[in-house]
Design a protein around this ligand. Structure first.
Ligand code: CMC
Length: 343
């Protein structure tokens, strides 16, 4: 860096070399790679995590080394697990992620070290998955279970949360949503994390700061609100009346619609909509998907001319629900937060 700006004077954290968004054309690129191409090629979450940390895709050997570091993180110390399981079952899962990460921040005594942080970052991603598994299981009344296996991040995580082998389709859907949610340029949570580590605080403290900013309904919490709106409507036949009474009359915003940067269809929403088509096949998720489709038509026909289209949060909750996660205790924002820790 050529200029060091002291005291964050006039600092506006907005630009990153890692991600670029063309909001008019609906294009998202990670380090120059188009998101549609990344998803088409079925890149693994680990490959994209490596891309963000190192600025280039890994060779086979580099990927194996990265995965080993990440998998080291699955093995959480007992005191971290106990810090989560000591909390009420009614807790919010993003709050429990903060609890687990705070325990690591309290005990790591690492401070900031740019070189060793690169290896530590891989481990932190694994620890985040392990903390999230323990946290989700805790609010669902289940005993702690840590991710395991070296057949991929998404499979290891799903295996732990659900206590059984995930299907290929579940693992693919989880991997896709993980990759799509990794970075939308510089969101509030990344800014908060950067502010924390700019004081040379350790990486764990940076993650706690980022999670605090992420938790609100204007950020990660919006995923829950988008699903809750579908649950409130309940049936596709109710969609038009609900939309006219609430959105058209200006009483409520249509959650999962509109974006500061995208003024056309968010490419992540398009992909997640097609993933939801493949996983939200039965029960509540299938019915709510029909509600979402009815709302999408109403939303675009009413607000599309003003550049208000579905964003990534419109369908992501249905993907999580189709995989098998219940929409309670902030589980969906917590799943979203796993992706963001890769930055
Ligand atoms: N439903 C109804 N009206 C809307 C919506 C919406 N979803 N989004 C924007 N508008 C209207 C808004 O009421 C305002 O109208 P007016 O000019 O009459 O006051 C106009 O459009 C401009 O709105 P704005 O909030 O100033 O525009 P923005 O581009 O800064 O807003 C936004 C972006 C995301 C805050 C907003 O679209 C919104 O609140 N959406 C709903 C919440 C949501 O889905 N959040 C997830 C964001 S994406 C997350 C991610 O990328 O990871």
């Amino acid at each position: 860096m050529d200029d060091v700006i002291k005291g964050l004077e006039d600092v506006n954290i907005k630009w990153t070399r890692l991600t670029s968004v063309d909001g008019e054309k609906g294009i998202l690129r990670y380090v120059g790679y188009d998101i549609e191409e990344i998803v088409d090629k079925r890149a693994s979450a680990e490959e994209i995590q490596y891309l963000f940390l190192n600025g280039e895709l890994p060779t086979g050997e580099e990927l194996e080394r990265f995965k080993e570091k990440l998998e080291e993180g699955y093995d959480l110390p007992d005191y971290v697990i106990n810090s989560i399981t000591g909390m009420p079952r009614s807790s919010d899962v993003v709050g429990l992620q903060m609890q687990g990460m705070s325990s690591l921040a309290a005990t790591s005594h690492l401070g900031w070290n740019a070189e060793s942080n690169r290896d530590l970052a891989a481990k932190v991603i694994g620890q985040m998955a392990a903390i999230t598994s323990v946290s989700i299981r805790h609010v669902l009344g289940k005993k702690p279970e840590l991710p395991w296996g070296s057949d991929g991040f998404s499979k290891s995580f799903l295996r732990a949360v659900f206590d059984k082998e995930p299907t290929e389709k579940q693992a693919w859907a989880m991997n896709t949503v993980n990759v799509l949610y990794m970075d939308p340029e510089v969101p509030a949570s990344t800014s908060a994390g950067l502010v924390a580590v700019s004081t040379l605080a350790d990486l764990y403290s940076g993650v706690v700061a980022a999670l605090a900013a992420f938790k609100g309904p204007m950020h990660g919490g919006a995923v829950d609100q988008a699903v809750q709106q579908l649950i409130d409507i309940g049936d596709p036949e109710n969609a038009e009346e609900w939309f006219n009474k609430n959105v058209v009359l200006g009483k409520k915003k249509l959650m999962g619609f509109g974006h500061r940067v995208y003024k056309t269809y968010d490419p992540r929403a398009r992909i997640l909509g097609s993933v939801a088509d493949l996983v939200a096949l039965t029960g509540d998720s299938a019915r709510l998907l029909q509600v979402a489709k009815a709302l999408e038509k109403l939303g675009i026909s009413t607000m599309g001319t003003r550049g208000i289209y579905p964003n990534a949060d419109f369908y992501s909750g249905l993907v999580y629900m189709g995989i098998g996660f219940p929409p309670s205790n902030g589980i969906y924002p917590a799943l979203f937060a796993i992706s963001r820790v890769s930055l």
